[in-house]
Design a protein around this ligand. Structure first.
Ligand code: DSN
Length: 429
């Protein structure tokens, strides 16, 4: 195709600079921030240029309420293709031999996916048994500030105080006592594998639905680095932008007999028109996950996470539960005498981005917190391996101990040198 044949469409940065230099500066500033520092927020990643191209495409213009072949608007032939391709890829990626899998690519976010699952399976007031927020759950798992704790009756389960692991006996006891309509497995700050078979058994014993919120770890499932919840759950909800490395958004997979309930809950119950540019970008990301290189990536994410947790332990930060099996680690900072909020701010000053996080049974309030959470999805995308994680751990150790800020510039310089060796979004050769 000659240059003249390339269709004029999509992201044109020169056009943005010419027509809106203020926002163009923000875009460049954010790219500098991403490229110039260490990105260790466990729920973030670097999407590929192909995903970004689909996101910036003219598919954003299209109204397509409904589902492929059954839309409330004309002109949907092309976006129908994108959605069908994405669904087929998700079925290939997450499907289990011999069983059909229904896929909904339209939730705008993980919270929307969860709201749709509640709407599909529950009545207002129903009881939901889920991990408590301070122990690693999510706002949509029953917090009083979310629909989940306001319109439904939450019963929280915790992790054990001694092992900091899910106590399946407690989950079962609570289920038998409260007879929930739904059990939720899945968390935002739980570094260990979850026993989905145990959850299934408890759900069956009390006649509850089992929803798995797999947002954090679904990318590791896609890369076959950890076991899948799909054979056990009635419904699996997730975001597409964490380890999965797609665009910001949500997705649901479920048993085929729940397909109509889930689809109707997503549209028209909680959402209107789907974001077809995001649906297409999800399809691109799912295609990338089907490549053999993505399996190597997922395995490396876990190897890096273990290495980073070990390195941080050597720096005096205690890994909650003793370590990690996934992409994230949660560190207790109390032995260092600093709070999570202080550590976050000191790391920020050294161009290391991570987040303060409550640890189980945290004596500090959430905005202070006694811990930090780190994840290795983004640094692994930029090609870092276990040896780099040792350096990252040492840099975090130096940053968090930097009480007066005098070391921040020097740590930042070393961070810059490290990320320059593994550039995010390198210029094409
Ligand atoms: N806010 C996300 C996280 O950081 O884990 C979960 O939705």
């Amino acid at each position: 195709m000659s240059a003249a044949d390339v269709p004029f469409w999509g992201p044109d940065f020169a056009e943005l600079q010419a027509s809106d230099p203020d926002i163009a500066d923000v875009v460049l500033g954010e790219l500098d921030r991403l490229k110039g520092g260490l990105q260790l927020i466990a729920s973030e990643n670097f999407t590929s240029p192909a995903v970004l191209a689909a996101l910036g495409s003219t598919l954003s213009n299209k109204y397509a309420e409904g589902y492929p072949g059954r839309r409330y608007y004309g002109g949907c032939a092309e976006v129908d293709k994108a959605e069908r391709i994405g669904i087929a890829r998700a079925q290939q990626l997450f499907g289990v031999e011999g069983a059909e899998l229904h896929v909904n690519l339209q939730p705008h976010s993980g919270a929307s996916a969860n709201l749709a699952a509640y709407a599909a399976l529950l009545q207002p007031g129903d009881t939901v048994l889920a991990m408590s927020l301070p122990h690693g759950g999510h706002l949509t798992h029953g917090s009083s500030v979310s629909f989940s704790g306001t319109w439904f009756t939450p019963v929280p389960y915790s992790v054990r105080a001694d092992t900091e692991l899910i106590d399946y006996d407690e989950v079962r006891d609570l289920a038998l006592e409260h007879r929930p309509a739904m059990l939720i497995a899945g968390a935002t700050a739980y570094p260990r594998l979850i026993d989905f078979a145990a959850f299934r058994e408890i759900a069956d014993e009390v006649g509850a639905w089992l929803m798995v919120d797999a947002a954090h770890f679904i990318g590791l499932v896609a890369g076959q680095a950890i076991p899948s919840p799909v054979p056990y759950a009635d419904v699996v909800t997730f975001t597409t932008h964490k380890v999965l490395r797609g665009p910001r958004g949500g997705m649901i997979v479920c048993r085929p007999d729940l397909a109509k309930r889930i689809d109707k809950a997503v549209f028209p119950f909680i959402q209107g028109g789907p974001l077809m540019h995001a649906v297409a970008a999800k399809a691109v990301a799912l295609g990338e996950c089907l490549q053999p290189s993505y399996r190597d990536y997922a395995r490396q994410v876990v190897a890096n996470s273990k290495s980073l947790a070990d390195g941080l332990a050597a720096e005096g930060m205690r890994p909650v539960s003793g370590g990690t099996d996934t992409h994230l680690a949660l560190l207790d900072l109390r032995e260092l005498g600093i709070t999570g909020a202080q550590a976050e701010a000191r790391c920020d000053a050294a161009r290391i981005t991570l987040n303060k996080n409550a640890i189980p049974y945290d004596p500090a309030p959430p905005m202070t917190a006694s811990g930090v959470r780190v994840g290795t999805a983004a640094v692994t995308t930029q090609g870092m391996t276990e040896g780099d994680m040792k350096e990252v751990a040492s840099l975090i150790g130096q940053a968090v101990r930097d009480e007066d800020g005098s070391a921040a510039a020097e740590v930042a310089t070393t961070v810059s040198a490290l990320v320059a060796r593994h550039p995010a979004y390198p210029r094409p050769a």
